[in-house]
Design a protein around this ligand. Structure first.
Ligand code: FNR
Length: 347
């Protein structure tokens, strides 16, 4: 029933995946205090090297992108060397791994980088406190100036180049889940009146500039993007957002990315604004390789691929609970159920 998952898949001339199961990006907050990946992280990823492609936990592109404790970075020499241990370990077992490039925007916190403010499209904050650090309240962000926006774009490209230096096979730009790029794409977090706000074309500009800068640095074959057309996490949805994504996806169609990936926890939920499931919406508007995700099992994901709803399946929580997820599915063994208590240890 799941055999189609075990067919190899050619992403492009540069990359062929050994199967269609991707390990979804999963933040674990386990780097050392200099945000350098550890040996335990190398071992954790290497145990999952039989996935068609591992997407690393989100990796911050520069210090002010940090919004959670001990999330790894890709901006210092030590971090690049730390990631080299991870990518070598994955490659030694025949796997492939992309780095997910991250800036949290308004859900960053100055506590982590000794800063004075956090940057975002507009001075619209989120309520609440940093997860795992209840004493840190979110701040009202400083709207990024045009100069700061250009620097951010350049820093995404530099992080992509650092990722290649660290041995990654490519990068996935984190445009999902209410972080910096997604904040530009939604009306509830973007009220700019300049070239980066006010209408779909302007609101898509930052995402497209980052994508183009990364492509220019490392090539489209090694560049992917994750998006959340539904503003479901750290964002308030607005019925006008759909037109932004219609425009963005139309533009992405011309860019030959390695793949487009949906960021959603449960793809079975239907959304009025999207006229159905998030992946169905993306499939209608995006013509190339699409990665489905969000509460799928190997069976339901395999069925969705057979029905051409998407091309590749990203698995998140079950991969935390089952380092041998791929082997268990291949041999029809029962899976260990995911539980949040598993987040305290890298198994
Ligand atoms: C996530 N998710 C996530 N997404 C992302 O784009 N970057 C990240 O760093 C993380 N981190 C993360 C940590 C943890 C503990 C969880 C549970 C989730 C979302 C994840 O990639 C995926 O979209 C969801 O888990 C839904 O897929 P599953 O778990 O239903 O297969």
């Amino acid at each position: 029933m799941t055999s189609s998952l075990f067919e190899s898949f050619k992403l492009n001339e540069t990359l062929t995946l050994q199967n269609r199961i991707l390990m979804a990006p999963l933040t674990r907050c386990m780097s050392d205090d200099d945000l350098v990946p550890t040996q335990a992280m190398a071992d954790y990823y290497a145990r999952r090297a039989d996935a068609g492609l591992i997407i690393s936990e989100a990796v911050i592109i520069r210090p002010d992108g940090q919004g959670y404790p001990n999330t790894p970075g890709l901006f210092s020499v030590a971090q690049i060397e730390g990631w080299r241990k991870v990518t070598d370990a994955v490659h030694a077992k025949g796997g492939k791994i992309f780095a997910q490039l991250w800036h949290t925007g308004r859900v960053a916190h100055p506590h982590f980088f000794n800063g004075e403010y956090v940057l975002a499209p507009s001075a619209l904050g989120v309520e609440g406190t940093v997860p795992r650090m209840r004493e840190l309240e979110y701040q009202t962000p400083k709207p990024a100036t045009l100069e700061e926006i250009s620097q951010l774009v350049a820093d995404y490209a530099q992080a992509a180049s650092n990722a290649i230096d660290a041995g990654f096979d490519g990068v996935e730009i984190h445009g999902a889940n209410g972080y910096l790029i997604d904040q530009f794409l939604h009306f509830s977090s973007n009220e700019r009146g300049d070239l980066y706000g006010g209408n779909p074309e302007n609101m898509s500009r930052f995402a497209l500039e980052v994508t183009d800068a990364v492509i220019a640095r490392i090539g489209a074959d090694r560049t992917a993007l994750r998006v959340s057309p539904v503003g479901y996490f750290n964002l308030t949805p607005d019925h006008r957002d759909e037109a932004v994504f219609d425009y963005l996806l139309d533009q992405l169609n011309a860019r030959s990315l390695a793949y487009l990936h949906v960021g959603i926890f449960d793809d079975s939920a239907e959304y009025d604004g999207l006229e159905g499931r998030p992946t169905a919406y993306l499939r209608r508007h995006y013509a190339h390789t699409l990665v489905g995700n969000g509460s799928y099992s190997a069976e339901s994901g395999s069925e969705a691929i057979a029905e051409e709803k998407f091309d590749l399946l990203a698995i998140g929580r079950p991969f935390i609970a089952n380092p041998d997820y791929v082997e268990k599915v291949r041999t029809a063994q029962p899976l260990t159920e995911y539980d949040e208590s598993m987040l305290t240890e890298l198994v």
